[in-house]
Design a protein around this ligand. Structure first.
Ligand SMILES: NC(=O)c1ccc[n+]([C@@H]2O[C@H](COP(=O)([O-])OP(=O)(O)OC[C@H]3O[C@@H](n4cnc5c(N)ncnc54)[C@H](OP(=O)(O)O)[C@@H]3O)[C@@H](O)[C@H]2O)c1
Length: 323
């Protein structure tokens, strides 16, 4: 495993981190399988884990708690998130800070996450939705500064809404944000335009999330794939989205090098961007953890393939199903 510096925190984080949403919230998660996958990831050098209170109301955090206890001898970094008070994802331009992150709510959910994680300090506390219109509101700034002073959090991050990578730029400029979590993958390259240069300039850590476009960039979804009704993906991959996403992924098939999977190519594409601090693929199976971590070998992709993949940029606008 190779490591990168996580912005101004100075932490040495594994370039392949671990996304902990699906393991608590998606259908088909098996506790033993999930624990084994996490343990293997730790053994292979993964040291950055992304969870959230909202991932089954603390369940994902308690899974992280057990993992931290099993590996108490290792330096592992855990990032979690404060849910918006109105529990609506994503936020909308007209939502107020009072509706989403009033100071007492920031404190309340930090306390809940500390308890769920079984730690005295949260490494990275993130806002689970964000509106740049809140940038100058001193109430959130004071709340997170106080939590830092009290030793309850080490760093503060914003997890930006899907396909709204610039809906945080003014907020970053306030200097109160240490890390940004954003969707970045072969399709979603727009963060390269403004967000990444600003993060570089301000030494802000970058977490690239959803590296497989929620599954299409593994090459394993078809236009006929279905999910149980209570699985979030059944509401996200509505026919309009599933069909076009599968078509976009299918157009990549001729580019996948011999001996490589599309999932591997997707991760290597992101690894080629040195501004990214860590990638957090969602994974529940040891075999996926092994394959994904195996991409952190410094080999990246050939220049020609990278140039071809750049052409597959697909700028999308948030819509009723995108969440
Ligand atoms: N608003 C937010 O802040 C927000 C929103 C979305 C996601 N996130 C974070 O980002 C993380 C990653 O996003 P995601 O989990 O939604 O989507 P993702 O990483 O794009 O895709 C996850 C899917 O890829 C599969 N997969 C993983 N490795 C694979 C491999 N080597 N080969 C084939 N399939 C593979 C997983 O299968 P298995 O599960 O069966 O292993 C799972 O179905 C989340 O876990 C969460 O921590 C944050």
């Amino acid at each position: 495993m190779k490591y990168r510096i996580f912005g101004r925190t100075g932490w040495k984080v594994s370039e392949i981190g671990y996304g902990m949403w699906g393991l608590a919230s998606w259908t088909g998660s098996e506790e033993k399988e999930v624990d084994a996958s996490l343990d293997l990831a730790v053994e292979l050098g993964c040291n950055f884990f992304d969870t959230a209170w909202a991932y089954s109301e603390g369940l994902s955090e308690t899974i992280a708690n057990r993992m931290l206890k099993r590996h108490a001898d290792k330096q592992l970094y855990v990032a979690t998130k404060i849910p918006p008070k109105n529990f609506i994802w994503p936020s909308k331009r007209e939502f107020t800070l009072d509706a989403c992150f009033p100071p007492d709510h920031i404190v309340e959910y930090t306390e809940k996450s500390l308890k769920n994680l079984g730690v005295d300090t949260i490494d990275l506390q993130q806002f689970h939705v964000w509106e740049d219109g809140w940038a100058e509101d001193e109430r959130w700034q004071e709340a997170v500064s106080r939590l830092k002073e009290q030793g309850k959090i080490r760093a503060v991050g914003v997890s930006v809404n899907r396909w709204e990578q610039n809906n945080c730029l003014q907020t970053l400029k306030t200097g109160h944000i240490d890390a940004v979590q954003v969707i970045y993958n072969i399709f979603d390259q727009a963060p390269e335009d403004q967000l990444f240069p600003l993060c570089k300039e301000m030494d802000i850590g970058i977490i690239a999330r959803v590296p497989f476009d929620e599954g299409t960039l593994t090459g394993n979804l078809t236009k006929d794939t279905t999910w149980p009704e209570d699985d979030w993906r059944s509401t996200y991959f509505v026919p309009e989205n599933l069909e076009s996403s599968v078509e976009h992924a299918d157009s990549l098939r001729p580019l996948v090098p011999n001996g490589m999977t599309m999932a591997e190519m997707a991760l290597r594409f992101i690894l080629c961007n040195e501004t990214v601090s860590t990638i957090i693929p969602g994974m529940r199976k040891a075999q996926h953890a092994r394959q994904n971590i195996g991409t952190s070998d410094g080999n990246g992709l050939t220049k020609d393939l990278l140039a071809e993949l750049k052409k597959h940029r697909w700028d999308r606008e948030p819509t009723w199903w995108s969440q």
